[in-house]
Design a protein around this ligand. Structure first.
Ligand code: MG
Length: 279
């Protein structure tokens, strides 16, 4: 298996949307695989991805779970639909996450991740307690495969996430740090958050975006191509190096048009390569 360079550019790709050959042709050899909520996790799917990874010599560092019925249209919809927060889908999404962990294990991937949604701020709230218990059970399931379970940042301030992680109290609970989400959701300066959460960060997204427009009711900023938003990629990458993070920088870009998306991912990879050369 290939050895990755510290802070090597990678990509977060979607099963069913991206092919590994296509992603590999952008000039990366590692990344994270996101699985849509409706994708059947069959033995055939395992074999298909195993073969694709071997053929392209691609290193998967994380398998990401998304869930059926999630929408990121605006902050209120995220609150209502994303992760383990909606009570009606909590149990089925817990089972789905166990299945994602098993799928990742079959591919030899040592980390799973997801957005758990907006963590309630009040730790005595029964909803908070229910979500904490789901996260504990997912951690315990993942631990049996020797995996970490990473929570994606951004939907709550760093201090709330830190308190939640300490409360869950599982040694394999980690963070997938997405600096743009901190900005898009208006939850704090990403570099300060990265310093506060650093010891838990197992993987990162290289994504950019602008702060929410205070005049808009959407409550969510706009995602931008890497280098064109408010994150400050040089500062983000140098802070990662400072805190001793050595994993890949997984470029994330979510736009409808696939050719625009691939073009902008490629631009992001080139930006990160340039930043790495200047270090
Ligand atoms: Mg992300």
């Amino acid at each position: 298996m290939q050895v990755l360079e510290p802070l090597e550019p990678g990509v977060i790709l979607w099963a069913g949307r991206d092919s590994l050959d296509e992603i590999r042709s952008l000039g990366v050899r590692c990344g994270q695989l996101a699985i849509p909520g409706d994708m059947p996790l069959t033995p055939a799917a395992v074999e298909e991805w195993k073969a694709a990874v071997a053929r392209t010599d691609f290193t998967l560092v994380t398998v990401f779970a998304a869930y059926d019925g999630e929408s990121y249209a605006d902050a209120a919809t995220v609150q209502r639909t994303v992760g383990f927060i909606p009570p009606a889908t909590r149990a089925e999404r817990e089972q789905r996450t166990f299945a994602i962990s098993d799928f990742a294990a079959a591919l030899g991937v040592a980390s799973i991740a997801c957005h758990i949604g907006f963590v309630p701020h009040d730790s005595s709230d029964p909803e908070y307690i229910a979500v904490r218990e789901v996260v504990r059970r997912v951690c315990d399931h993942a631990a049996r495969h020797g995996q970490t379970f990473a929570l994606e940042t951004g939907q709550e301030p760093a201090a709330i996430l830190l308190a939640f992680i300490r409360d869950v109290n599982r040694p394999n609970l980690r963070i997938n740090f997405d600096p743009a989400n901190m900005i898009l959701y208006g939850t704090g300066d990403p570099v300060e958050a990265l310093r506060a959460l650093g010891e838990y960060v197992v993987s990162v997204h290289a994504k950019d975006g602008d702060w929410p427009d205070p005049k808009s009711s959407r409550g969510l900023g706009a995602e931008k191509p890497l280098g064109q938003g408010a994150v400050g990629m040089e500062r983000f990458v140098s802070t990662l190096a400072d805190i001793g993070f050595r994993g890949p920088l997984n470029v994330e870009r979510e736009v409808e048009d696939q050719s625009q998306r691939l073009r902008e991912i490629k631009g992001g990879i080139e930006l990160l390569q340039k930043i790495n050369r200047q270090k």
